[in-house]
Ligand binder design. Structure first.
Ligand code: NAD
Ligand code: UD1
Length: 342
């Protein structure tokens, strides 16, 4: 069964291709390599043991999408392509709305033309906004504080509208929004991992840079939060657990033909503080990670953790890998690929 993975060459998409292949599906990557490298395709082949077909192009290009859908018969589309930096989205809102919202509209229209109605979308815990109480359930109120978050929120709403509008017709849309918490980690082979360009914004890639000696220290953004050690708590999830969560959600969508719009949190349900993440990384790598306390980062919240009951009950899936395994896999990847796949 062929599954189209938009953004399949990216950090999460590449791990998802491995999980799909392990589960017996044939992933087909669609990517324009705007934030990834073609070398990832060779590494996927090395892990999977077979080549992964690739369609190189932009999801906003309708003629390109029509060609891809004419060439392959897909059982579903997993839509990960998009831009994802909160800070960049505040500088370049049009890029975020065009690529994320415009790209999703273009993809859905092409799916409609091709008669494919099963879609999984990469959403984010950012749609819960700053006021959410942890552990946050899927039915919590939604809000967004920046263009990136608003693009995710608007896409969720447009997908729900699409499902509702088509509910009276057959074949109907069956769509899932997967709200990721904080994906970290890497494939245990050390061949795939997160490969950010420039200075990382996110905690774990930054810690790895410090451990590699590329940056002098980690700035810990705030140590006076109302948490057990004063630093921010997040629900870090191993990217392979996240990928397996997608496969469980895909199976759920494939199981029936009736329409529906589904939302699942993908997290572990357990939070770690910044200092706990640093300690796990030091344990796993044997390197030192000097820390300097710094002011709180604007827009950050004290705690963000998933309520995972719905995913467990409906998908029969739960995250299995702990923080030490996440950090060990990050270190194996980064220490063997200090310059990523460049
Ligand atoms: P990534 O940048 O590594 O992967 C995205 C991929 O999409 C890249 O390979 C890029 O080249 C491709 N792409 C971007 N725009 C495209 C376009 N218009 N047409 C074709 N390909 C395009 O990012 P990631 O971390 O793997 O994130 C994947 C998805 O998950 C994104 O939608 C992101 O918003 C969402 N997400 C990520 C996180 C996270 O922490 N990484 C958290 C929540 C949600
Ligand atoms: C951020 C984004 C979120 C996005 C996610 C994945 C913000 C406000 N939120 O989430 O929308 O979905 O990345 O791309 O940008 N920290 C440090 N020092 C650092 C970096 C981070 O102390 O150098 C702390 C942060 O204050 C936070 C934790 O580490 O407590 C995790 O930060 P990060 O990895 O950036 O993720 P989020 O802020 O949760």
């Amino acid at each position: 069964m062929k599954i189209l993975v938009t953004g399949g060459a990216g950090y999460i998409g590449s791990h998802l291709c491995v999980a799909l292949a392990e589960a017996g599906f044939q992933p087909v990557v669609l990517d324009d390599f705007s934030n990834s490298r073609p070398a990832v395709i060779d590494r996927l082949a090395a892990i999977i043991g077979a080549p992964t077909p690739v369609a190189i192009g932009d999801i906003s290009d309708a003629a390109f999408l029509d060609r891809v859908f004419a060439e392959h018969e897909f059982a579903a589309v997993m839509h990960l392509a998009g831009v994802k930096s909160v800070a960049e989205s505040c500088r370049l809102p049009l890029l975020y709305y065009q690529n994320n919202i415009g790209g999703t509209l273009s993809l859905c229209a092409a799916m409609q033309r091709a008669g494919i109605r099963r879609l999984l979308f990469s959403s984010s815990a950012t749609v819960y906004g700053a006021a959410a109480r942890s552990p946050v359930r899927e039915d919590a109120p939604l809000s967004a504080a920046n263009p990136y978050g608003r693009s995710k929120l608007m896409i969720e709403r447009l997908l729900a509208d699409l499902v509702a509008a088509e509910a009276a017709h057959l074949p109907v849309w069956r769509v899932a929004a997967l709200r990721y918490f904080n994906p970290v980690g890497a494939h245990p082979s050390g061949l795939l991992g997160e490969d950010p360009l420039g200075t990382p914004n996110n905690l774990v890639p930054y810690i790895a840079d410090v451990a590699l000696g590329r940056r002098p220290h980690l700035n810990v953004y705030g140590n006076t939060y109302a948490t057990r050690d004063g630093t921010g708590i997040r629900d870090y999830i191993h990217v392979m657990d996240l990928a397996e969560g997608h496969v469980a959600a895909l199976r759920y969508l494939l199981r029936a033909n009736d329409g529906g719009y589904f939302v699942w949190n993908l997290g572990t349900g357990r939070g770690s503080t910044v200092l706990e993440v640093v300690a796990a990384f030091v344990r796993s790598s044997g390197r030192s990670v000097p820390c300097v306390m710094a002011p709180m980062r604007p827009g950050d919240v004290a705690e963000s953790c998933a309520h995972v009951g719905r995913a467990q009950a409906e998908l029969g899936w739960r995250a299995r890998r702990d923080l030490d395994e996440m950090m060990a896999d990050v270190w194996r990847w980064r220490s063997a690929n200090a310059d990523g796949m460049r």
